[in-house]
Design a protein around this ligand. Structure first.
Ligand SMILES: [Zn+2]
Length: 200
């Protein structure tokens, strides 16, 4: 299974991790999409391996899903940016979510795999759009939380990753303390120690 490296799951919500997979959504690749669905456990590793080969066996189906996923990613980034800025969510952005919710009727099932139980979505219809159902559902739930949702954008302006603040104090600022938080500490340290001494 060849998979490209993507950002680790730091968002705390499936829909945020999905948007974080590609800060420039037009570049979302098939491998990134399938890798994301695998690591976030939307699909099993066997299903992931099958899907990675799909662009060769059924390029049209793969292209169709990739387009839908990219579209959803673009819309969700707009939705979360608006929520973060306390701005209005345009109904056409919500429509991308509804598009997927509408065509993905099905049910959840408990599945035992590799020693752990997980919930797998079983679609009523064929097709591949159901692969995005859990992401769309997660996004719908987050939007419905309204202005009280603790949706945050990493305090590093060059980072662009969203996360849900599950911290006890609700004051988490960084996507990851180890990545951006630490970088900030190092920068602050450098600033402090490069300031010329003040004589008064
Ligand atoms: Zn960050």
């Amino acid at each position: 299974m060849s998979i490209s490296a993507t950002s680790p799951l730091l968002g705390g919500r499936l829909c945020l991790d999905f948007v974080n997979t590609s800060v420039a959504p037009s570049s979302l690749s098939w491998d990134e999409l399938i890798h994301f669905l695998g690591v976030s456990r939307v699909i099993s590793s066997e299903r992931g391996a099958q899907l990675l080969a799909l662009p060769e066996s059924d390029p049209q189906a793969a292209e169709g899903l990739l387009q839908k996923a990219s579209q959803l990613c673009v819309s969700l980034r707009k939705v979360f940016t608006a929520m973060h800025r306390k701005q209005k969510i345009a109904s056409e952005w919500a429509e991308s979510v509804n598009d997927i919710l509408r065509i993905t009727e099905g049910h959840d099932e408990l599945v035992f795999e590799n020693g752990v139980w997980r919930i797998e979505f079983i679609a009523r219809e064929g097709g591949l759009d159901w692969l995005l159902a859990a992401v769309a559902r997660s996004a719908a739930e987050l939007v419905a939380e309204g202005p009280g949702a603790r949706l945050r954008l990493c305090a590093n302006p060059r980072c662009g990753l969203f996360f849900y603040d599950n911290s006890r104090t609700h004051r988490r600022r960084w996507c990851s303390m180890a990545i951006c938080g630490n970088r900030n500490k190092v920068a602050a340290f450098a600033r402090k120690h490069s300031t010329p001494p003040q004589y008064s």
